[in-house]
Design a protein around this ligand. Sequence first.
Ligand code: SF4
Length: 354
Amino acid sequence: MRISLRVQGRGAGVSPTNRFERIDVEWDGDFLDDEPDLLDRKIPTIYLKDSSRSMISYNDSPDISIKAGVSPYRGCEHGCCYCFARPFHEYLGFNAGLDFESQILVKPQAPSLLRQELMSRSYEPQTLAMSGITDVYQPIERKLELTRRCLEVLVEFRNPVGIITKNHLVTRDIDLLKELARLNAARVDISVTTLDNALSARMEPRASAPHKRLLAIEACARAGIPVGVMVSPVIPGLTDHEIPAILQAARRAGAQYANSIIVRLPGAVQPIFLDWLKRHFPLRSDHVESQIRQMRNGRLNDPRFFHRYSPCGPRAEQIESLFELHKRKLGFVASPKLDISHFRRPGQQMNLFP
Ligand code: SF4
């Protein structure tokens, strides 16, 4: 059993061994008895230069509609305890726990690389997702503005973009998103998991507070940008009872469409999430864990395509019906399909006689 840290302002308390590493270090219990302060500490965020040579990452999973994405960052300082992107940090030699949220890779060349790729004849124009795997509006973006500069490139090429975020900072870029929205080439999905500030602060420690996310929905809606609410993930026994209130608040703020995913815990996310649950909800943790298992045939995750996002059993059906019922009642519409037909490569003449 790993020793759980009480790290201030972080989601993870444990850092499971990277599944690709053969060597690991575990703190000695006697040493920690002598140095109890080591358990209760702050961990600074470190930014490392990412020298990736391409910006668009492609995904051919048959059960995911997002086929291509762009992010100037790897790792996410928001630090959500349930984040299913955590295990991707292991491919970079980090752990999925505290490393994921405190060792952030930054791609300073992101805008120029993106421009280069969009200019290439081999690029097939398509909607690009921003934040499929890390949040492009995590705190460092306020200073670096790499996401904003990538958006400027997308505006130049009129390439559709779908943004998913938990940060109010997206409203800073409304001017650019509006330009794309005029061509039906932008949508913004704001993720709202709870309306309870105290729970959000523990569960998603560095993301915007729930009321700020609702304000982001309002600002996008007012600017004419298609905006929806992602009630994801829903954690049974912890947040599912909030579904009606979240949908109502988001609808009132101007959300037009709504989607939802029940929590899934791949690989290293399991010990991180369970440790978090035990630290913050010791009396409820067994109950929550058992409900998650009920939906996954006794496991915490079912990695099979078409099963991983579709938990089964009466409890999952109950949550899904609750969501669908309120979604219908509140008049949410279907998610918009973005238009790629306006794509153009700057400086290249239009072909008038195709
Ligand atoms: S904001 Fe998204 S990417 Fe970032 S930690 Fe939370 S769930 Fe993961």
